[in-house]
Design a protein around this ligand. Structure first.
Ligand code: GLN
Length: 195
């Protein structure tokens, strides 16, 4: 079975690893360019996007990972991981960069500082819902026509996308690794033959 990487520079790596292994996936923690050679997909965890970006540069992982992304390697970015993948980032730090492989515009901490963290149901486009844990979450403010909305959340101002797919790049604003529900990870792995 091909291995799935978890970018292990900063953030909630352990929880993603546990969820992926619970689904029967073979997990490799990615800390150096070498680690990229043995993976067929990658999860970029939540945490702090500016810290992850800094460590991507100092570890030397940025350039080889960009190459793998250009080649179409499947990626699932959660929370900060979504910011790292986004085409445009609002309220970023002045030196905030991103891989740009996901055709969305996100606003960091876009749900406001008053209610920085909350739990809410995510309505699935396929029907039903899953629990969402949002922690200083990025808000998707714009998305391209090629972006498929897989899940939405309504905070009183209409349905907003919180789980999206742009070809081989998947992302969610919430933390699917912090609940027992495996839908997000399972769907991603199954779609790319990683289970
Ligand atoms: N607000 C954080 C950032 O900008 C993301 C928060 C998270 O990943 N839980 O990176």
């Amino acid at each position: 079975m091909p291995a799935i990487g978890v970018l292990a520079l900063q953030g909630d790596v352990r929880e993603h690893r546990a969820t992926l292994e619970g689904l029967g996936a073979r997990v490799v923690e990615v800390r150096s360019p070498r680690d990229l050679d043995v993976i067929a997909g990658l999860v970029i965890p939540g945490g702090e996007s500016t810290a992850i970006l800094h460590l991507l540069v100092t570890s030397g992982v940025r350039a080889p990972l960009q190459e793998r992304l250009n080649d179409g390697m499947p990626v699932l970015g959660t929370c900060a991981g979504m910011i790292v993948m986004a085409r445009h980032v609002r309220d970023g730090r002045s030196d905030q960069w991103s891989f740009g492989s996901l055709d969305v515009t996100v606003r960091r901490n876009g749900y406001g500082r008053q209610v920085a963290s909350f739990e809410a149901d995510v309505a699935l486009s396929s029907g039903g819902s899953i629990p969402g844990v949002f922690i200083r979450a990025p808000r998707i403010e714009e998305w391209g026509s090629g972006v498929e909305v897989l899940g939405t959340c309504n905070r009183g101002d209409g349905d907003a996308p919180v789980w999206v797919r742009d070809g081989s790049v998947w992302a969610c604003s919430f933390h699917p690794e912090l609940t027992a529900d495996q839908t997000v990870h399972r769907t991603f792995l199954a779609a790319h033959g990683l289970l």
